[in-house]
Design a protein around this ligand. Structure first.
Ligand code: NAP
Length: 261
């Protein structure tokens, strides 16, 4: 069973790769920094020696590079059972006047255009699965909670939510299409979010202090907890409950630990 994860070199994507390798998935790790992907691949080979793993560098802000990734994946595997779009960006801006067009366009490119283009380009290897191939896009709660300074990130993640809705109705019209859901992790302690909070703090943005307080008090998930909740949606949620759903990472972690107690 082949699984593609974008943004697999760090944070939630890295933890998900380790979690799925332990559950018997073969993995294609895609991301911007090849050295990070190679480090994850080494860890996978040590932890799960039977897991087949490939690393593919891609700049998801660049449509040509994104298409090239899809070609390389389609050449390498006959069928993709799982596709998790975990890459994401979104620079904070000090105020509306300094919301930079380059940052705004990069967020739309990586968080909206690339998941659309990659899914579209991968359809030949995503269609025809039995069970249907599963796609998960990683959203963010910031999509519905507008805060000063979060325009690039929040607006692009809002568009990603709508993209998932669109894909779910489009896939319904295919006899052998994949199924898709959105996963909202909630606050997860990763270097990515810490870097965002640090930049937002330097700009005195109010959400930085709030997120910092939550990280300091442990009111957040670890990347491993987010990954196990994601793996649950991929491996255990029935297809009819998965397709078109919006999953909340923190709620899933709570119910999984309650079920295990
Ligand atoms: N952590 C949270 O609290 C939180 C909350 C809500 C949603 N999320 C979402 O969860 C996902 C993972 O975030 P994370 O916290 O794990 O942060 P992260 O470690 O910074 O992950 C982001 C990943 O995206 C990759 N990426 C960024 N731009 C790219 C590009 N142009 N081309 C290819 N890859 C690119 C990065 O690769 P490089 O490192 O090589 O640049 C990195 O591996 C993101 O979509 C984020 O929006 C996170």
């Amino acid at each position: 069973m082949w699984t593609l994860i974008t943004g697999a070199g760090s944070g939630i994507g890295r933890a998900l790769a380790l979690e799925l390798a332990a559950r018997g998935h073969n993995l294609i790790l895609a991301g911007r920094t090849l050295a990070k992907l190679e480090e994850v691949a080494e860890a996978l080979r040590a932890d799960a020696p039977d897991c087949e793993v490939m690393t593919l560098g891609v700049d998801l802000a660049d449509p040509a590079s994104t298409r090239d990734l899809a070609h390389q994946v389609s050449d390498a595997v006959d069928h993709l059972s799982v596709f998790v779009y975990c890459a994401g960006v979104g620079e904070p801006a000090a105020d509306f006047a300094s919301l930079g067009l380059i940052d705004f366009q990069e967020a739309l490119a990586v968080n909206v255009s690339a998941p659309m283009l990659l899914t579209q380009s991968l359809l030949p290897v995503l269609k025809g699965g039995d069970p249907a191939s599963r796609i998960v896009m990683i959203g963010a709660g910031m999509d519905k909670h507008a805060q000063p300074g979060t325009g690039s990130y929040g607006i692009s993640k809002m568009a990603l939510r709508r993209l998932v809705r669109q894909m779910s109705v489009e896939f319904d019209t295919m006899s052998d299409g994949p199924v898709v859901s959105l996963f909202q992790p909630g606050l997860v302690d990763t270097l990515g979010i810490r870097s965002h909070i640090h930049k937002a703090g330097e700009m005195n943005l109010p959400h930085a202090e709030w997120l910092n307080r939550r990280l300091s008090s442990g009111d957040c998930l670890t990347a491993e907890q987010a990954a196990s909740a994601l793996a649950f949606t991929l491996n255990q949620v029935p297809e009819s409950d998965f397709h078109g759903a919006v999953f909340n990472g923190a709620d899933l972690v709570d119910s999984l630990s309650f079920a295990a107690s």
